[in-house]
Ligand binder design. Structure first.
Ligand code: ATP
Ligand code: MG
Length: 435
């Protein structure tokens, strides 16, 4: 994890693109930049401006992680950047950002800027461009996110970001109270980075988080939801307990926060480590909300701006969790029972239900075995899987309209009991009352 610390000790090339060069006692850190990033930096610099990579990509490179995106900061103005590159998109010119497209990827190039007065606890009223890199780094949230790097000059660390990276510390740049008062989203970002990186939040930063927790009211539900999701999907999902410890919960989860992330949630979240990130997120969300009923969960998730699919799947997991009215008898490894449940859930939710129950410590191997057999055999559990269509029934004399749907449902019930019946001729005979 602490690649940087290791790198310093070893003094050499350590994979993941980090090279530490010892030079008469001084340490020069070299980050391998992707060719396109290097090209963008070189183009800007050859035109006479400053340019470096900044923020999350520097932090992640130093930690030996592959950065998700490479952000570039520059003394050039947006129009100057646009004149230097063939393919650009105006993503946020007003805030100084131009997206430069290279090899079908976008790189945000942002002019050094100073944020003006914060008006609403979230956004600066105006931004001002500046030719001074240090001014731009000052506006960034945490010391580990305020690092810049260029291949010639090396790392620029004005606020002790490197020692904080080495020691695993999240610390606000400047006065933490002022920084959280300016933008309360930073409160949730602090918790998120501490979960993603397994870092501790520095004492004064922590105190300021608690003090300014009510300012989270000014942050949109959507931004809060994104932060919660990132925290839950991290290596330390149980860090969401920080929400309660720091007094943030009531501003993040409306109404039911006292019953979210209850006693059993942490263990289930940690056990839910599916390789598929989407599945992992949904199971962990179900664990987060597991003390709520399915309707209540759906209601809260709607308020929190979760998309319909996530909401339906997470509340569905809770609807069919063990002990729920729907599955009081438990999930048995018998094929008709499993097909019946599949009629209600479909495959996606069914698999999530299994995974959630496994994360809760239930042994699902027998059920999983039968389920896989059901799928392998191609057993029908939805009307579209029947060997007959509505039109066939109409042709056979069943009046158009409601009766066709009712007949298909009746046929599905029969086929779920006995998959052998799923043949067109047999189904027609049943429909006609001949069988
Ligand atoms: P990740 O992309 O993994 O979420 P990141 O640090 O790259 O992490 P971004 O939201 O992509 O985060 O922002 C890029 C950089 O912009 C940050 O590293 C930080 O320097 C700065 N930044 C982003 N959001 C804020 C904020 N709310 N307040 C101050 N600085 C911020
Ligand atoms: Mg980023």
């Amino acid at each position: 994890m602490r690649m940087l610390r290791k790198a310093r000790q070893v003094n050499g090339l350590l994979g993941q693109g980090i090279l530490i060069l010892m030079d008469e006692g001084s340490t020069k850190i070299k980050i391998e930049l992707p060719d396109d990033v290097r090209f963008i930096l070189d183009t800007i610099r050859h035109a006479g401006y400053e340019a470096c990579v900044v923020g999350g990509c520097v932090r992640d490179s130093l930690l030996g992680k592959e950065p998700e995106d490479w952000d570039i900061t520059t003394s050039a103005l947006p129009l100057q950047i646009k004149s230097l590159f063939k393919n650009t998109v105006d993503t946020g010119i007003k805030h100084g950002t131009v997206m430069v497209i290279r090899s079908k990827r976008g790189y945000e190039v942002t002019t050094y800027r100073i944020d003006g007065e914060y008006i609403d606890g979230r956004h600066p009223e105006s931004v001002e461009f500046t030719p001074v890199l240090g001014e731009d780094l000052k506006r960034r949230d945490f010391t580990i996110n305020a690092l810049a790097y260029d291949p010639e000059g090396g790392i620029v660390d004005l606020f002790g970001g490197i020692p904080d990276l080495e020691n695993g510390i999240i610390r606000a740049v400047g006065d933490p109270c002022k920084r959280f008062e300016e933008d309360a989203l930073r409160i949730m970002r602090a918790v998120r980075f501490s979960a993603q990186l397994s870092f501790d939040i520095e004492e004064n930063t922590r105190a300021a988080i608690s003090q300014f927790a009510p300012n989270l009211k000014m942050v949109s539900a959507e931004r809060k939801r994104v932060e919660l999701e990132k925290t839950i999907c991290s290596d330390n999902p149980a860090h969401v307990c920080e929400y309660r410890k720091l007094g943030l919960s009531e501003y993040i989860v409306p109404d039911v926060w006292e019953r979210c992330f209850g006693e059993g949630s942490a263990a289930v979240m940690e056990a839910a480590d599916d390789a598929d990130p989407d599945k992992k997120k949904l199971i962990r969300l179900a664990a987060f909300f597991m003390e709520l009923g399915p309707e209540e969960c759906a209601h809260v998730m709607r308020k929190m701006t979760f998309d319909n699919r996530s909401r339906d799947l997470v509340s569905g997991i809770l609807r069919f969790r063990s002990g729920s009215p729907e599955t009081q008898g438990g999930l048995e490894p018998d094929a008709p029972g499993i097909r019946k449940l599949l009629v209600k859930t479909g495959r996606e939710l069914f698999e999530l239900i299994l995974a959630f129950r496994e994360a809760c410590g239930e042994d699902m191997s027998a059920v999983r075995g039968v389920y896989e057999q059901v799928i392998r055999q191609g057993d029908a559990f939805s009307i579209t899987m029947l060997d007959i269509k509505g039109d066939d029934l109409i042709e056979a004399g069943i009046p158009k309209g409601r009766q066709v749907g009712e007949t298909l449902n009746m046929l599905l019930d029969k086929v779920v009991e006995d998959p052998e019946l799923n043949k067109k001729e047999t189904l027609l005979m049943i429909a006609r009352g001949e069988l």
